[in-house]
Write a protein that binds this ligand. Structure first.
Ligand code: MN
Length: 494
């Protein structure tokens, strides 16, 4: 426990500058293991629910490493980036600099470096025939009502058929045949590529990279315009160009150090059923007809590690939160330089509830900030704006600000009938079950101005402080032995 505390508090033991090469998953797991943050489950564990149940209980505490998942000799890891502090550590920055570091990388991408195949770890073993994903990979079934095994931590990489620029995203993928998978495409960049290919009557080449380091995982979630290759953001986060290699059966470039790569093609004009599947809001998505991937190759390292993300747990939520927070902060600061920090709360599934720390100079400004946040992303459903003396990362501080600086009749904004998250089940109330997609996700927005007035009478909003409280040396107090305490009580017992 001491090593774990030392690793997450105080000086950063894992300096990025110590890395002579781009951080790999193996480097990171080794570091976690040396600091007491890997639980190795060295016994047979079922891929159906049991593995996910164990990983879920360890999420946010330790990464789970399974050596015998479902009788496979390929191991499974989960939960290696399930704390904000760990992610900051992987980046080599203090937690308070996480968003600034991510934003800077997103704004200054580094072109990738293409390796020869012989140098690419992810192609140490190559299968192009007789592929049976269920037999070759330990793919877990996670939640109770999931429709079978899912790949949840695969970086889906494809090229824009019009420009040739790559895109990276994480999509849920149901493996429903030996070499066939159904994939959920939300209306973003990969979806646009697939539509363009389909209109031309062509398949879209893709690759799914599984088992990459935390920085590459995070970069894949950057919110950027189309034709910005997220692997170049990963390079910027690493501080060195990312090494990539061309796939064996198509022209897509994948991280060369990935543990496992599945190559394939999204087939045109074909849909097969996918779902139900337990998603990030902690509810199930329904079974629907989805795009289909025909697998053309499976490549991997020798003794590869398969990464699975337990849906709706911290590893999943933080992966979405940090890139979104960095984007939302930049968006808000463009119009409101007084915005200091933002936080997507865990209770709001790191998507729906945004807390904003704001240096208000004029009355009414907090309401402008709220409206700006609603316009920044359709997922934002509730915004709370607080002053700079409130810790925007602490739920108790936010509630205190609402309790003492907010009056519902003058500080509450409600907007009816806006677009929200289609995955929020409360948006479906009153809708027919088969509502067409253009009617789904209609949602109200709620904003709280929990800032105090710019000018207020002395002492009314003066926060109670005790002189010297911030200077108390807690470590020294905790380390003191209890001899004096025992002696004092002993004296009175006599
Ligand atoms: Mn993109």
């Amino acid at each position: 426990m001491n090593t774990r505390d030392a690793a997450t508090n105080g000086a950063l033991p894992f300096s990025r500058s110590d890395q002579p090469h781009a951080l790999t998953l193996r480097d990171w797991l080794t570091h976690l293991a040396r600091t007491g943050r890997v639980a190795t489950i060295d016994r047979a564990v079922s891929l159906e629910h049991e593995l996910a149940a164990i990983a879920k209980r360890l999420d946010g505490k330790q990464a789970a490493f399974f050596t015998q998942p479902g009788g496979h000799d390929v191991s499974v890891v989960s939960g290696f980036m399930s704390k904000r502090a760990w992610i900051a550590e992987a980046m080599g920055v203090a937690e308070s600099d996480l968003l600034a570091r991510f934003r800077s990388a997103a704004e200054h991408p580094l072109a990738s470096k293409v390796l020869d195949r012989v140098d690419a770890a992810c192609q140490q073993v190559v299968h192009t025939s007789g592929i049976d994903l269920h037999a070759q990979l330990p793919i877990p079934t996670h939640s109770e009502h999931d429709n079978g095994p899912y790949i949840t931590a695969g970086l889906v990489i494809a090229r824009n058929p019009r420009t040739g620029v790559q895109n990276v995203s994480i999509n849920r993928i149901q493996v429903h045949g030996p070499d066939r998978m159904a994939i959920l495409l939300l209306p973003r960049h990969l979806y646009a590529f697939q539509k363009a290919a389909e209109e031309a009557g062509e398949a879209l080449d893709v690759a799914i990279a599984i088992g990459v380091d935390p920085l590459t995982m995070l970069a894949s979630q950057a919110i950027t315009p189309i034709d910005h290759d997220e692997l170049e953001i990963a390079g910027a986060l690493h501080g060195a160009p990312l090494s990539v290699v061309k796939c064996v059966t198509n022209g897509v470039h994948v991280p060369a150090f990935a543990e496992i790569v599945i190559e394939g093609r999204i087939l045109p004009n074909l849909r097969e059923p996918e779902g139900p599947f337990g998603e990030f809001p902690k509810y199930y998505s329904a079974k629907e007809a989805r795009e289909v991937i025909d697998v053309t190759a499976l490549t991997h390292r020798r003794a590869p590690i398969f990464h699975t993300i337990v849906p709706a747990e911290m590893e999943h939520l933080l992966l979405g939160a940090i890139p979104r927070e960095a984007t939302l902060l930049a968006h808000l600061q463009r119009s409101h330089p007084g915005v200091k920090d933002v936080h997507l709360s865990v209770g709001g599934v790191c998507r729906y509830h945004l807390w904003v720390q704001f240096d208000k100079k004029r009355e009414g400004e907090a309401k402008n900030v709220i409206l700006c946040a609603f316009g920044a992303h359709y997922d934002i459903k509730q915004v709370i704006v607080v002053d700079t003396d409130v810790d925007v990362h602490d739920p108790a501080e936010i509630e205190w600000a609402v309790a003492t600086r907010f009056q519902a009749d003058r500080d509450l904004i409600v907007i009816e009938g806006a677009q929200g998250s289609p995955l929020d089940p409360s948006t479906t109330v009153g809708q027919p079950e088969d509502a067409p997609s253009h009617l789904q996700g209609v949602s109200a927005k709620m904003g709280f101005d929990a800032t105090r007035p710019v000018v207020y009478p002395a002492h009314v909003f003066t926060r109670v402080r005790i002189p010297g409280e911030d200077d108390v040396a807690l470590d020294a107090l905790a380390a003191a032995d209890n001899a004096a305490f025992d002696a004092y009580l002993g004296r009175h017992d006599d």
